[in-house]
Design a protein around this ligand. Structure first.
Ligand code: NAD
Ligand code: FE2
Length: 386
């Protein structure tokens, strides 16, 4: 089997890496930068710190701080309008996955004059975008190193998954110090998203020789550090390890694939507005329990990496232990059940199931799962998770 592997050509990683922003913008020849970010980054002064750094290097800056969590097509259009008004020649995404994804799509929309829903799917971006630099502040989505963006289509209420090498950043500045301010619940949600990236990349039908070691290390690091990062927000060792895990997980899943958890998670996010990491976390134990029959040796390896099973445990026993471990991890991180988060109630949830299952299948992700589900399987799984 052949595999294609894409990552940014420059990744600077380590405490303080974000202070290299102006140097890297200079290297790319940018004169007028658009910073794409959100209200939190504007409020905490992080966006201003970037602006000052760039101004000192004679790069003019426009700031678009209007990205909402789980960004929409409208966010992208608003950012694009500012980019055009200000005649920006370079885009910087600063924040969690939401601002980074919006920045990616703004950068390609600036050079590809088509409606943004045309980018949805695989390899649908015709021309390279403006030069793009990404700075993550969560650990996280790994979006800083992926060729993926997820944007909500507000008219159709679906999350559009876009995958194309033109969505890659030219430079990723991976600075764990920016993640120290994450509150506990955000740390938990984005951290389980990272773990899900590692696991899904590893068990995916598209897993390959380049992604396996990255996914394995992502799983090992997350299992060893997430709880500490959650419990001790100022523990720099745990924060640094989680930032690395997120980056490795991004490189792995974007070049392997995510599977059924992400496939079923996006419709929950689009319809009930649960944060991406949270909806993944709520699904992960049960979907793992169902899927493990499709790849017992791989799930067993994941269990050993996570410390959910002894290193000499037999495959069947190790794979069986994994969903229980994942359930326990959610409990330790204070993550409840799906029903706790869907305010619309069970009847509305039930009524939406066929459309959600259809959207999950249409995304293509479930088809990479070790066991490929039918529409009815997905509906049943949603009911189990409830
Ligand atoms: N492109 C990819 O490869 C990829 C992968 C996974 C997820 N995603 C997408 O990423 C989005 C989710 O991103 P996310 O989970 O990073 O969260 P987010 O970007 O939506 O941010 C969530 C909240 O956390 C705040 N926040 C961010 N960093 C902070 C910090 N250091 N301190 C305090 N608050 C902070 C934000 O301001 C926001 O209010 C979803 O839209 C999801 O679909 C993309
Ligand atoms: Fe994810």
């Amino acid at each position: 089997m052949q595999a294609q592997f894409n990552v940014p050509s420059t990744i600077l990683i380590g405490g303080g890496a974000s202070r290299q922003l102006a140097t890297q913008v200079g290297r790319l020849g940018g004169r007028r930068a658009l910073i794409v970010t959100d209200a939190t980054m504007a409020r905490t002064g992080l966006a201003a710190r970037c602006t000052e750094q760039l101004a000192a290097a004679n790069v003019s800056v426009a700031v678009f701080a209007g990205v909402q969590p789980d960004p929409t097509d409208k966010n992208v259009c608003d950012g694009l309008a500012l980019l055009r008004n200000e005649k920006c020649d370079l885009v910087i995404g600063l924040g969690g996955g939401s601002p980074m994804d919006a920045a990616k799509v703004i950068a390609v929309a600036a050079t590809n004059d088509v409606p943004i829903r045309e980018f949805a799917g695989y390899h649908r971006v015709a021309k390279p975008g403006l030069p793009l630099l990404l700075i993550p502040t969560t650990a996280g989505t790994g979006s800083e190193v992926t060729k993926v963006a997820v944007i909500t289509d507000t008219e159709r209420d679906i999350k559009m998954m876009m995958l194309d090498a033109h969505l890659l950043a030219r430079v990723a500045l991976v600075d764990y110090e920016l993640s120290l301010t994450m509150p506990a619940s955000l740390t938990a949600h984005v951290g389980v998203d990272t773990l899900t990236h590692g696991i899904e990349a590893f068990v995916s039908r598209k897993a390959n020789a380049l992604t396996d070691p990255l996914a394995a290390e992502c799983i090992r690091l997350t299992a060893a550090n997430l709880f500490t990062a959650w419990q001790e927000p100022n523990n720099r060792t745990a924060r640094e390890a989680m930032m690395l895990a997120a980056c490795l997980g991004g490189m792995a899943f974007a070049n392997s694939s995510v599977c059924l958890v992400h496939g079923m998670s996006r419709p929950i996010g689009a319809i009930f507005h649960l944060a991406h990491g949270l909806s993944n976390a709520l699904l992960l134990p049960e979907i793992t329990r169902w899927s493990r029959r499709g790849a017992v040796p791989r799930y067993a390896h994941v269990a050993r990496l996570a410390g959910a099973a002894a290193s000499d445990a037999a495959d069947e026993a190790a794979a069986t232990a994994l969903p229980d471990y994942l359930e326990g991890l959610n409990a330790r991180l204070g993550i409840g059940r799906l029903r706790d988060f869907i305010k619309a109630g069970p009847d509305v949830f039930e009524a939406k199931l066929p459309a959600m299952a259809e959207a999950a299948l249409a995304s293509g992700s479930p088809q990479n799962n070790p066991l490929v589900p039918s529409m009815e399987d997905i509906i049943q799984l949603y009911r189990h998770v409830w």
